[in-house]
Design a protein around this ligand. Structure first.
Ligand code: VGL
Ligand code: ZN
Length: 212
């Protein structure tokens, strides 16, 4: 049975650069692909995201003389982690995992395309002002509840879930359909913020049982 049209499954950044061997590899990131393939079968509304940066993107350490990946820098909108070059528009690393089986996905949101602003969130860029259009799209099609999962739990999935909640959607993060980068305690900090904001934590088996 399908879940109601009130529900959307948001699959975040299931791209090669976040998979083992990728430019910004998330440990065991590939394990979420088969879980996602099971989850999508229960949802008529599925939206995918792709991290989608120009080569000169401000989040790349290589674009800051003398700086190394995983250091931070101060930008006009706040502190920015400097990442290895990843998910450059049109490259293999930016492509979705080929084993992802979701032909019925309705929309793909590409984020991080402004050279001077990062966007972990699928809803709002890191300046916290520029919308991607996803909240409007979801409201227009009647969505009330957002299920988030993918890569990485503590960055793009967490920020997306927090913004989904802030936009007024009931929000659930599917823990075992996500994997974390966990930089300097970022995973524990993210869960604290998520639970404080009212985002629910679920496992894929519970979500699947409800759509069975
Ligand atoms: C992500 C860091 C930089 C993510 C994207 O998908 O979690 N993390 N860009
Ligand atoms: Zn990125």
């Amino acid at each position: 049975m399908m879940r109601s049209a009130d529900d959307v499954l948001l699959l975040i950044d299931l791209q090669y650069d976040f998979m083992p061997g990728g430019a910004l590899a998330v440990a065991r990131g590939d394990e979420v692909v088969p879980v996602a393939n099971r989850l999508v079968q229960g949802f008529s509304n599925v939206v995918l995201t792709q991290d989608w940066h120009p080569a000169q993107h401000v989040s790349f350490a290589a674009n800051h003389a003398g700086r190394a990946p995983f250091e931070t820098t101060a930008l006009p909108y706040g502190e920015q982690v400097l990442w290895p070059v990843h998910c450059v528009q049109g490259t293999e690393g930016a492509a979705l995992h080929r084993d992802l089986n979701v032909p019925h996905a309705r929309a793909v949101i590409r984020k991080g395309h402004h050279a001077d602003v990062d966007s972990y969130s699928a809803f709002l860029e890191a300046d916290r002002k520029t919308p991607t259009g996803l909240a409007g799209y979801l409201r227009d099609v009647g969505v009330k509840r957002v299920y988030c999962c993918g890569l990485a739990t503590d960055y793009c999935v967490a920020w997306s879930a927090l913004d989904a909640r802030a936009a007024g959607f009931e929000t659930v993060l599917i823990e075992d359909a996500s994997r974390a980068i966990d930089l300097n305690g970022s995973l524990a900090a993210a869960w604290q913020q998520l639970l404080d904001a009212g985002v629910k934590r679920a496992q894929s088996a519970e979500v699947l049982a409800l759509s069975a």
